[in-house]
Design a protein around this ligand. Sequence first.
Ligand code: FES
Length: 572
Amino acid sequence: MTADRRSSQWYAGTDRNAYIHRAWMRRGLPSHAFDGRPHIAIANTASDLTPCNSHLDEVAESVKQGIWEAGGVPMNLPVVSLGETLVRPTAMLWRNMAAMATEEMLRANPIDGVVLLGGCDKTIPSLLMAAASVDLPAVVLPGGPMLTGTFRGVPLGCGTDVWRLSEEVRAGTLSEQAFLRSESSMIRSRGHCNTMGTASTMACVAEALGTTVPGLAGTPAPDSRLLEGAHETGRLAVELVERDLRPSALLTRGSFLNAIVALAAVGGSTNAVVHLLAIAGRLGVELSLDDFDRTGAGVPLLVDLQPAGRHLMEDFHRAGGLLAALREVRDLLDPDALTVTGRPLADHLDEARIWDETVIRPRDQPLQEAAGIAVLYGDLAPSGAVIKPAAASPELMRHRGRALVFDSIEDMHARIDDPDLDVDASSVLVLRGCGPKGYPGMPEVANLPLPAKLLERGVRDMVRICDGRMSGTAYGTVVLHVAPEAAAGGPLGLVRTGDPIVLDVEARRLDLDIPPEDLARRQPSEAMREAFAAPSRGWERLYVDHVMQANRGADLDFLVGSSGDAVARESH
Ligand code: FES
């Protein structure tokens, strides 16, 4: 019996409490399951309502085998699951709730370590936030992307091609019938979105942080190598407990900077910015929005994946995956940042190779020289805003145009296709009221649709500015995560239709070109304020009262930091 094992606080001893804990858990488990060996939770986000994660129960079976084999005891722990396409109003509203619930259930139960089994966009971030705050040894197991579907002989990037095809319908170049026929081709297999959207990005980011079995991120969900990796993940979780390697020791500032390098090299989703800031906040690791710009600035874009590029995750895996891409930028990585194997990430790059240079470019033939996320400041974004240059139009990176302002998503939907809308291709579309507090939950609406009358004229991109987020599968010249948001009193709430807005990505500026004294005299419009969320009770009320701005990771203020794994009291 290992008396100092956390789970032994429940199971060890001859008193009535230990009896109760063991007796209720036996149900076929042998006595030696309670002899002090590590009890490993599989924080499992499998759910029929999270279709990207619906295969995770099978994956969990392989994890269990690995845990048993390494001398541990597996415990399946279903946790809050968030299906990106279904959950309303937006899955991001529930990320912090999922993290809080998982953290509390890990702390409340006799658990020594945890496998974090996620996939769909918010699941891996919420699991990592939870593990960081409870600070138990943890290994991430990404559920993997789906295989590539095709429609009329052309590969379909799920998510990205929904945007593209629906714009084609609005532009009148694709029939509605053909559009609907593509529906059954979009999702070819189990797994999450197969573009470099948020789910794929967060799997890569988790690997670059050092929290997965190296080389596993991006393994397609139906690939049997995922189950092999799941087995290995289970084994590793037991070893981590034996070595007492916890997130607070594993995840350093260097780990986060490595994740930022990976994010840039793969052309990952802007959503990773808010998630990484939130995870770092849980650990007390110093990380700011500026780190994304500074560290990402010198990183070349090496991976040619949708939404910015051509290929899909199956191609990326076949071409060598994340480790092959990271090998090219090895000199930019922190050589000391560890992984769950106990060895630095850099050590795992030796064997990696690029097998298809059309998918993963060698360092000397990048798709772009500098792929990082640019952080903008200015009159409109005193606390920062971000833009992903890799997904933007080069000719719009320096732009001056008249604002066309929408006070809410509903306002935008009501007017965007109005033939009388006073707009041209040089206009700057502003959508506000979509930040963490305003909507609430910071929905993925920043890539608002272009006005139909401009689409018909062949316009395919315009500058758009929003205090919300953008889907990782979307693209365009979109300035997002504007902070402070309009609902928190940010100057975005003072912009009026017709105001000249100046975007200069190279200078990292986003400004309103009106005299400062005019801006100082303005008051937020009544129509805009009425559109802000004002929940009276429940989680939404708690969220709106406590959510921080995007530049702080949109976490709740009282969830920042760690409470550790100690349980205060015993009730029986
Ligand atoms: Fe789940 Fe895209 S909808 S990953």
